[in-house]
Design a protein. Structure first.
Length: 143
C-alpha cells in the first residue's frame, strides 16, 4: 500500500464513523408556537380594556416580539415540558404614549412576565399565571 493509499484509508476510517454519527443526531426541535402571530383580545386586568390599544405577540426561533401597546418589545421565551411557558428578560423601545396606553402596556408586560403555562386551541392562545388563572388571551392575527 502506498503512502497516499494509507492516508486515504486513514481518512476514511475516521470520516465514515463521524458521518454515521452525525446522521444520528436529533433534529432541532422548534416550539409549537414558532411561526405564529397573535393579537391580544382579553386579560385579567378589569380596569383597562385590552381593545383600547394594539398589543401583539409573535413567536420565532425561541423569541417573542411584538407591540406592547406603545413600544416594540422582544426577548427569549421557552415552552415545555408539557404546557409550561416562560419569558426571559424583555427589551423594548422607549417611546412615551398616552397615560391609558402606558398603563395598558405596563399591565401587559407584567402579565406576560408572570405567565407560567399556555394553551393553544384553534385560533386562540391563552397564557395562565402561576395559580392556573387565565391572564392573557390572544387570537391569531391572521384573521
Amino acid at each position: 500500500m502506498t503512502a497516499v493509499s494509507r492516508v486515504f484509508a486513514a481518512v476514511l476510517c475516521i470520516a465514515l464513523p463521524l458521518g454515521a454519527l452525525s446522521g444520528c443526531s436529533s433534529p432541532v426541535v422548534s416550539s409549537p408556537l414558532d411561526g405564529t402571530t397573535w393579537r391580544l383580545v382579553g386579560w385579567s386586568i378589569s380596569s383597562i380594556h385590552p381593545g383600547s390599544v394594539t398589543i401583539t405577540a409573535g413567536f420565532a426561533h425561541g423569541r417573542i416580539s411584538g407591540n406592547s401597546g406603545v413600544n416594540s418589545y422582544s426577548g427569549p421565551y421557552t415552552v415545555g415540558p408539557g404546557r409550561a411557558f416562560s419569558v426571559g428578560t424583555l427589551t423594548g423601545t422607549l417611546i412615551e404614549g398616552s397615560e391609558e396606553a402606558m398603563r395598558a402596556e405596563a399591565a401587559y408586560l407584567m402579565l406576560l412576565e408572570e405567565a407560567r403555562s399556555y394553551q393553544r386551541a384553534d385560533d386562540t392562545l391563552t397564557l395562565y399565571d402561576e395559580g392556573g388563572n387565565e391572564s392573557l388571551i390572544f387570537e391569531t392575527s391572521d384573521k
